[in-house]
Design a protein around this ligand. Structure first.
Ligand code: DC
Length: 242
């Protein structure tokens, strides 16, 4: 039996199913799942509501000054088998997924002070391990010592199609082109920003799920996590004690 816990870091491009994988892994191993992107989205929502973003321009200094006023927490929602995101006590899980937030989040996530505050909180949540966190800098900056690191990607068109179908099914009135543009723009900003750009950790496994079904990818991920858990558990065992 594997009874020790590890940290599982899942990074990768926008809309390639990181959260779906992270949630399924968390449910399978009884771990806590934290969607770090939700935190940047919640800060963005706060900024939008307080007129700290006008026509895509972030009022950087004012937003940095407001950081102590922004309280984010996660509360488990048994119906979704994952946590909802709360901003200053309000459940904003639905609102932070809307396209307006997606269109403004990348510039907010480039601000080093915002990142510093989020990373501190993320590290605190991972203190006792037993956590799956997805984002862009989890395996490189937040948990560079994570025992299992995954880097997920898929072709831009496939990612746009998946996000388009998801938003459509929620009744959002969006065009495919608008989504494709948003994904390409977020990839560009996420990968070229100065503070913690999106990059694969040297010791991360790569998963390109463009041509995989959900079942195939989950089977692949679970098998690899299990192998890692078995490998790390043997380190804790006295040789011959099995
Ligand atoms: O995973 P997501 O699409 O919900 O993330 C929203 C944005 O937040 C994304 O454009 C990049 C940013 N982000 C980040 O910079 N670092 C993270 N660890 C997670 C997300």
């Amino acid at each position: 039996m594997i009874d020790h816990q590890i940290i599982i870091a899942i990074d990768g491009h926008s809309s390639c199913g990181k959260s779906t994988i992270a949630k399924a892994v968390a449910v399978r191993f009884g771990y806590i799942f934290i969607d770090s992107g939700a935190m940047y989205r919640a800060v963005t929502l706060y900024a939008l509501r307080h007129n700290l973003i006008i026509d895509g321009e972030v009022k950087r200094e004012e937003l940095i000054g407001a950081l102590p006023e922004i309280r984010i927490d996660f509360r488990y929602n048994p119906e979704r088998q994952r946590s909802d995101t709360f901003l200053n006590g309000e459940n904003v899980e639905e609102e932070i997924r809307q396209l307006t937030v997606s269109q403004n989040v990348s510039p907010v996530a480039t601000i080093a002070e915002v990142r510093k505050a989020m990373v501190r909180f993320q590290q605190e949540m991972g203190r006792n391990k037993g956590i799956v966190m997805d984002g862009r800098d989890i395996g490189t900056v937040v948990f560079p010592d994570a025992e299992f690191k995954l880097f997920v990607t898929a072709s831009t068109e496939i990612r746009a199609k998946r996000r388009f179908d998801e938003l459509k099914s929620k009744g959002e009135n969006v065009s495919f082109d608008e989504i494709l543009q948003n994904i390409m723009e977020r990839d560009r900003i996420d990968s070229t920003r100065k503070a913690s750009p999106l990059r694969k950790a040297d010791d991360a496994l790569v998963l390109d799920n463009s041509d995989m079904t959900r079942e195939e990818q989950m089977e692949w991920v679970i098998r690899n996590v299990e192998e890692k858990l078995e490998g790390t558990s043997s380190k804790f065992q006295v040789p011959g004690s099995r």
